[in-house]
Design a protein around this ligand. Structure first.
Ligand code: FSX
Ligand code: SF4
Ligand code: F3S
Length: 328
């Protein structure tokens, strides 16, 4: 028999479940879940594993991400869908607050910051003139011919002024790395990726390719920078520790590919059995990224969810890998 207390508990649980459904991860974390040391350790273990580090090195990752001298980060937006920031915001490992409060000092982020107008502009000035320098994360391609403006300046002008002053530039996402969908033919805005647009930067641009890139890879790069480690890049500017193998080499459907077991339609029994998606257009063999091992939110990645890889971490994939479905 239910008591009045039981009924009250059920009501509270229902309210919590309904509320949770409307919240982002960070809001849920702040309202309902106390962030514990255990969460932090789990998060650092995930970052270490994704970097290919042994378990003994987890404490060094914890140390890097909880250091009092958090590096100043300026995050710029250009032409893009903001999916890269969304991937970070919706991430449960790491939670966005863990990144902002424990690992870095996020001093300017156009879509996350509460400040606007002159207030935001003065925060940007202060961050750009930080005597200790700053890491610049850039999302989106640079439209050179048809300008997008922020604070009265074109995206090109903002980047041309700020990027040469950065200690390190990280291109977050395929758009800022190589241009992404904006540079797809006929590229009406004359968009370019950062390296193509600016050759005068003091530090090499680290290309975190992917549309969107995995937040765990971003954290891995930040940890490596905090540890003063060299980050080896491939010929397309991507960290080899995350982009050293093709999606195909890491894919759980590879045994089916080798045995020539292919799904020929999405609603087939073969698709349900998890057969290889190559004949449905999968670009995994031509695409360098660690999606099958890193996973998004520790849960899933496109091919595991039943969708072919469209090659989102490769330059010009909109022009060279289309049509995405069917023939390969
Ligand atoms: Fe590009 Fe990021 Fe794809 Fe979108 O902004 S890499 S279109 S996920 O959001 O830049
Ligand atoms: Fe390779 Fe794609 Fe087949 Fe996986 S589904 S084995 S990535 S072709
Ligand atoms: Fe992109 Fe292919 Fe990974 S589409 S997210 S590189 S599986």
């Amino acid at each position: 028999m239910h008591t009045e207390k039981d009924a009250e508990n059920i009501k509270t649980e229902n309210v919590e479940a309904k509320t949770k459904a409307t919240l982002t991860n960070i809001e849920y974390e702040i309202l309902f879940k106390e962030k514990s040391q255990f969460d932090l350790l789990n998060f650092c273990a995930d970052v270490a594993k994704n970097m290919g580090l042994a378990d003994e090195e987890i404490p060094s990752v914890v140390k890097a991400l909880t250091n009092e001298n958090r590096p100043s980060v300026i995050y710029l937006h250009n032409a893009e869908c903001t999916g890269c920031s969304e991937a970070l915001l919706r991430s449960s490992s790491p939670y966005i607050d863990q990144i902002i409060f424990d690992a870095i000092s996020l001093d300017y982020h156009e879509t996350l910051m509460a400040a606007s107008g002159d207030g935001a502009e003065s925060l940007l000035e202060k961050a750009v003139n930080n005597p200790n320098g700053f890491i610049c994360l850039v999302e989106g391609s640079i439209p050179v011919d048809f300008h997008g403006t922020i604070g009265g300046h074109t995206m090109y002008e903002n980047c041309a002024r700020i990027l040469p002053k950065a200690n390190i530039v990280i291109a977050v996402g395929t758009c800022s790395a190589y241009g992404g969908i904006q540079t797809a033919r006929p590229n009406p805005t004359g968009s370019k990726g950062i390296s193509e647009c600016f050759s005068n930067l003091k530090a090499p641009v680290i290309n975190l390719a992917g549309c969107p890139p995995n937040p765990l890879n971003l954290m891995g790069v930040i940890v490596a920078l905090l540890q003063n480690k060299d980050i080896e890049l491939d010929t397309k500017g991507r960290p080899k520790m995350f982009y050293g193998k093709t999606v195909h080499m890491l894919c759980e459907r590879l045994p089916h590919f080798k045995a020539k077991r292919f799904a020929l339609s999405f609603d087939s029994e073969e698709a349900r059995l998890g057969y290889c998606l190559h004949k449905l257009g999968c670009k995994g063999p031509k695409t360098f990224n660690n999606c099958p091992s890193a996973l998004f939110n520790s849960v899933n990645w496109p091919v595991k969810a039943g969708h072919p890889c469209v090659g989102c971490s490769e330059p010009d994939f909109w022009d060279t890998f289309t049509p995405f479905y069917g023939k390969n």
